[in-house]
Design a protein around this ligand. Structure first.
Ligand code: GLN
Length: 277
């Protein structure tokens, strides 16, 4: 094969951007080509005529084919940014969402002791726990997940980010070492089993265990709320992410379980997305 027959970056990007049915098709194509070639996105702009080796072009086209089927870009790259930190992601974990950064912001605003003991239940990639640990080095942050693959991944992310977060294999509180926390934070599964969103977009490719929680989506939140008081210090806080329409139900669960100062907070889209007490 002569070098003349090699495709250029621009030709590959243009073709892929036309094929990918997403609002961000050009960006997706650039991210995938950057991932495969090791070149930067600005490099494509500076040298659009740069040729791509046949083998790499084939690998790129294979990723584009998956993207066309709807596989989330984060799974294809194996990475997602959260709280400006790079997280490895895999099919065993939810892809960290920008709205969950609001949960981190809220946790950082709570009146907590300097050396707070914190646990993130159902940590997945470790996103919430590691974001908190990066902001508050003096906190003792731990995390747990039911899925062994997620525990392994969260540990990898902790060591890659050099953050001292202990990760346990545990279904909610069941496998945690005895102790009391100043803050329990969680983004549990909260989608109702029949919800039509489960058939749309990225969530089609994400693990159901991280998304679905019984007929009304509240099974896991009910369990967490009912057990949390036994794991909290007297002035401790519980902070939970939930669906946009679940705030009053979650407030009710917390109040009934004896929590005080129960309030909900909004996500970036203006929806009541988390409740604390
Ligand atoms: N917010 C996610 C979504 O609907 C769901 C996250 C979750 O169930 N914890 O895309």
């Amino acid at each position: 094969m002569t070098s003349k027959s090699l495709p250029t970056c621009e030709a590959l990007l243009e073709k892929a951007a036309c094929q990918i049915a997403s609002d961000t098709s050009r960006l997706d194509a650039e991210l995938l080509l950057a991932h495969i070639t090791g070149l930067s996105r600005s490099g494509f702009r500076a040298f659009p005529e740069r040729e791509v080796e046949a083998q790499l072009a084939t690998e790129f086209e294979a990723l584009v084919a998956k993207r066309i089927q709807g596989v989330p870009i984060a799974y294809l790259l194996g990475q997602q940014e959260f709280w400006s930190l790079p997280f490895k992601v895999s099919k065993s974990t939810l892809i960290p969402r920008p709205d969950t950064e609001c949960l981190v912001e809220q946790a950082l605003e709570l009146p907590l002791p300097e050396n707070a003991q914190v646990v993130d239940l159902g940590t997945g990639t470790g996103a919430i726990a590691l974001a908190l640990a990066s902001e508050r080095p003096e906190w003792q942050v731990s995390a747990c997940d039911l899925m062994e693959d997620a525990v392994t991944l969260a540990k990898e992310n902790a060591s890659q980010l050099k953050l001292p977060v202990e990760i346990f294999h545990s279904r909610w509180f069941a496998g945690l070492p005895a102790g009391r926390f100043d803050l329990i934070v969680s983004n549990p599964p909260y989608i109702a089993s029949g919800d039509h969103h489960l058939g749309e977009g990225d969530v089609r490719f994400e693990p159901a265990t991280a998304l679905v929680s019984g007929a009304d989506g509240l099974d896991d939140i009910r369990l967490i709320v009912s057990e949390a008081p036994e794991w909290l210090k007297a002035e401790g806080w519980l902070l939970i992410e939930h669906g946009f329409d679940q705030a009053s139900a979650v407030q009710e669960l917390l109040s009934t379980r004896g929590f005080a100062k129960v309030e909900s907070r909004k996500d970036y889209g203006g929806n009541d997305r988390m409740t604390l007490g």
